[in-house]
Design a protein around this ligand. Structure first.
Ligand SMILES: [Zn+2]
Ligand SMILES: [Zn+2]
Length: 413
């Protein structure tokens, strides 16, 4: 009998700051070490030394605490080339923000340097031999480069990271992979998404209506994935589209890291249709000539988006259209719920139109249920969600574990 010990350092019963430590005979590994994107960010439990760390994808709630790990310990850091490349601007930016906002300094330049030096790029569907375990990455369909990590010894376990099982403009959906124990995200447990094509149609109709009535549209988007998908969604709309913020750096990385997109040449073509904002002067130009401004941050907690909203806040013809998950406590959530946001300490209530379009890159409840049934594992461990029991209730025939942060448990064959 083999005992494999699992401990969530974060992200068990919450969306964000995922960090999973696993011990299997001579292998000590960790999957992700992220933060809860708040002001200041919330960290997982303190790191524990491992030999290998596997990153599911570049989003901060999966990578933001990694420099803290490298402040204390070292380990090989495995990621796909796309994730490895995307993580660099993300981590550099969080160091910058930590300094700018005078947060408690939990790491420094050296730790970030150590982290980058530890990166080993891995291919999808290719075995990586550890001491006893064999690891393998499969596309998770969430953002380009995102991986489900499957490990095999005498039995197998797989961590999905953030998961999307349907095709989008950017990516093909994740396919089920046979595994004995499935450690799965559950952000949307209990909730299903509106049909994606319908949402995109509604978004484009609303954009057209706003611009035809003399307004401008601000699209706050995450730098990684959503900015690029939005550029592709809007490619056939004949408007002046400006893109501002870190999304431009990530688009460059997507161009420079081929092999991860569903349709690379269509992405390149779509990118050629938008104007990249590179400086203050161009920001003015975007406000004067732009019809649509795609910009970070996606949850409105900083970044150029606040400047644009500040400039347009008295214009009832203009609109802010949110398209991503808005975490509680963020400006984006406050805008959705109360119509207010904080800019430089002051609370403002823009007169602009505000609407939400669910373009989530997380599988909805029914797709999660289908994914479990397709894989048919012995045990399902649910994490990265605050409504996990909804999935357990939907599948009474399966054995579930709903862990909590800090609790160590065993998965056994
Ligand atoms: Zn996540
Ligand atoms: Zn994510």
């Amino acid at each position: 009998m083999i005992n494999t010990k699992v401990k969530f350092l974060g992200g068990a019963e919450e969306v964000g700051r995922l960090a999973i430590k696993i011990e299997d005979k001579n292998d000590k590994i960790m999957i992700d070490y992220g933060v809860e994107p708040d002001k200041p960010p919330e960290y997982p439990l303190p790191p524990e030394p491992v030999n290998d760390i596997f990153i599911t994808h570049a989003h901060l709630d999966h990578t933001g605490a990694l420099p803290v790990y490298y402040h204390n310990y070292s380990a090989k850091l495995h990621a796909t080339a796309m994730t490895a490349n995307s993580v660099v601007p993300i981590i550099n930016d969080s160091l910058k923000i930590m300094r700018l906002e005078n947060y408690v300094e939990r790491f420094n330049e050296d730790d970030v340097e150590n982290l980058f030096r530890s990166l080993v790029t891995e291919r999808y569907n290719t075995d990586i031999e550890l001491n006893n375990l064999t690891a393998r990455a499969y596309s998770a369909g969430h953002i380009p480069g995102s991986s489900m990590w499957r490990f095999e010894d005498s039995f197998s376990f797989m961590i999905t990271g953030d998961l999307y099982t349907r095709d989008t403009n950017l990516l093909k959906g994740a396919r089920p992979v046979k595994t004995d124990v499935l450690i799965m995200e559950s952000t949307y447990a209990g909730r299903d998404h509106e049909d994606r094509d319908e949402v995109i149609k509604r978004l484009k109709d609303s954009i057209k209506e706003t611009i035809d009535n003399g307004g401008k549209v601000i699209l706050p988007t995450f730098a990684i994935g959503r900015t690029q998908e939005m550029i592709m969604i809007l490619r056939d709309m004949n408007y002046n589209i400006y893109v501002d913020g870190m999304g431009n750096d990530i688009s460059r990385i997507y161009l420079d890291t081929p092999g991860f997109l569903k349709d690379y040449s269509l992405f390149r073509k779509s990118l050629g249709r938008v104007i990249k904002v590179r400086n203050k002067r161009m920001r003015k130009e975007a406000l004067e000539n732009g019809d649509i401004i795609i910009t970070t941050s996606g949850m409105l907690d900083g970044g150029p988006v606040l400047g644009y909203i500040d400039s347009l806040s008295d214009d009832p013809k203009s609109a802010i259209y949110l398209t991503g998950y808005q975490v509680e406590g963020t400006n984006g959530r406050s805008l959705m719920e109360n119509g207010t946001i904080k800019i430089a300490g002051a609370t403002i209530k823009p007169s602009m139109k505000i609407d939400f379009f669910d373009l989530s890159a997380h599988a909805g409840h029914s797709d999660l249920v289908k994914f479990i049934k397709d894989i048919d594992p012995w045990t399902v461990v649910l994490c990265h969600g605050d409504q996990r029991e909804k999935l357990k209730e939907a599948l009474p025939e399966y054995n579930f574990i709903l862990p909590y942060n800090g609790h160590e448990f065993e998965i056994t064959n």
